[in-house]
Design a protein around this ligand. Sequence first.
Ligand code: FE2
Length: 479
Amino acid sequence: MPLMDRRALFHRALLAGLGASLPAEALAAGLAAAAQPHWALALGDVEADISPRPLTRLHGRLPADLAGTLYRNGPALFRRGASAVNHWFDGDGLVRAFALRDGQARLAARFVDTPKRRIETAAGRIVQPGFATPARAGAQVASADDANAANTHVIAAGGRLLALWEAGSAFALDPATLATHGPVTLRPDLKAMPFLAHPKVEDSGRIWNIGLSGAAAYVYRLAANGRLEAGQLIRLPRASYCHDFTMTARHLIIVLQPWLHERASLPFASGMVWRPEQGTRVLVIDKDDLTRQRLFELPALFFFHLGDGWEEADGTIHFDGAFDGSPLFATETAPALVEGRYPRTERPLLRLISLHPDGRAQLRDAGITAEFPRHPGGYQGPRPTFHVGGYAPGRPFARSIGRWDWQAGHGTAHDFGAHQIVEEFVPAGRWLIGTSINLAARATELHVLAADHLADGPVASFRADVALPHSFHGSWVAA
Ligand SMILES: [Fe+2]
């Protein structure tokens, strides 16, 4: 199907969802009265932008070779008046900047100024559709970007920040002020097209990404300055939900899990069906010729996040990821979290997928729970996987940061304790930098650890005078 037809189909699907309003409007008022679990701070509402402010140093000293800014993004407004979104993934994106310089740390944060946020601010309630939130009376949806929460990741490219969602455009932001410039249109015919929140960046700065619509994927190749170098529509063997993809130095890898997009309906998640009997298929695509493809088969897996891939001399491809046995977290847990409930438990496991030249695909378990896998730069050879973990009964979020070595088959970790919710940590040279929510202090904290000595705990920790809700992903930008 031609690209423009795909776009028209995608936009029609969005508009069709306008009729599907739900009466779930009394949630926020109920929340105020109900006793909240201690972890509910992770889904609290931020009512306004966070003006620049210093962080208090708790202990340690910043390494002399660590200067720059940790940018992070995540949903931070879930409720307006008596209304609430239906899912953790549908809150408004708040981009946070933790700037480190001269031994000091500072914080500022601004909401991405999206059409969704403007419309809902004017309405005083949640009306726009999202991943799992239906359109309600008063919704205005002319394109995918009217549903775009810009709340999932933030990367730097071409002197700008890009706040990312997955079913619409990146939004460009000023890295100094966090002011929103607007949606990025890479080419006029690509306006408001899907653009995943997990682009992959080569050492050269070249950026690869995909956008998905049913069983079609648009493959983007961007220069380091963020300009489009090349784009191509490819057919996929099935219409899977893909939040992330991965790559090696030579290949793009799209993991097609059996959570299938069977109906063009809104909200998007309502059209997905879990078909474990159909297994997982892994599509490997030559970066130099996107028509050169191979397909591998694995048992049913569900995932949000994959680690970076690498290849051996004989062509064997390896990559890891955080894999569940079903989409239960997406369909039941994440919606309940907005209501302060944690009804079901399924923990993602760190697993390694190996794709052999003879067509065999293998799965290996690390034997640990893990999410948010991150790697040092480069797609050459095995590298450690940094991840969050330490999931405990009765709470939905991680409390430790870990490092796993697939070659040695073991890992190390630092446990921040039961009073901390640990968010994604990002490699920054010899260091690992990330944030947590200290539930006892009711404050967001920033920590720096030595990547080779995680178990020693932070070399420096800072605390903000505010508690920001749980963020998803971010990038370290060295000064
Ligand atoms: Fe993600």
